[in-house]
Design a protein around this ligand. Structure first.
Ligand code: HEM
Length: 122
């Protein structure tokens, strides 16, 4: 059985991978660089694996916290953030030249997820 601690470490790894992909693509777009070859696979694989790890470890954490039966609303907020971060790669691919404002927006969405995970307000 996978422990709560291992799920938490996998959750944090998923977070690092997700943002590696998003910010990697953002910097390619900001610099006008080419998204091809190993740059392209690094961006897409990191984002994809990060998303899957966050979802699987997220539900693992839900199970270890014994919240599966009656999932509190803060987990639905997390799922909404997860869906947004899934679509964010397309947003960055199309609008990455916007640069800093887009980067700060992604960080604000992350802070919303972190706030709900740590404070569990409702
Ligand atoms: C992009 C999406 C997500 C982000 C940015 C995110 C972020 C975080 C952060 C920062 C933490 C706190 C880690 C800590 O306490 O050290 C956390 C914990 C947690 N997350 Fe996520 N998460 C995401 C997706 C999900 C999903 C999809 C689920 C559920 C299906 C989920 C469920 C949880 C749970 C249950 C915890 C543990 C809370 C605890 O230990 O008290 N997360 N998440």
């Amino acid at each position: 059985m996978i422990s709560y601690e291992v799920y938490k470490i996998l959750h944090l790894l998923g977070l690092v991978l997700l943002f590696s992909g998003l910010v990697g693509l953002l910097t390619v777009r900001m610099s006008g660089g080419k998204l091809e070859g190993s740059t392209k696979s690094l961006v897409f694989v990191s984002h994809g694996v990060g998303l899957v790890l966050l979802l699987v470890s997220g539900f693992g954490l839900v199970a270890r916290l014994q919240l599966t039966q009656n999932m509190p609303n803060w987990i639905y907020v997390k799922l909404a953030v997860w869906l947004f971060m899934g679509g964010a790669l397309t947003l960055v691919k199309r609008k990455g030249q916007i640069g800093w404002p887009l980067y700060l927006s992604l960080l604000i969405v992350f802070l919303i997820a972190a706030y709900f995970a740590v404070y569990k307000p409702f």
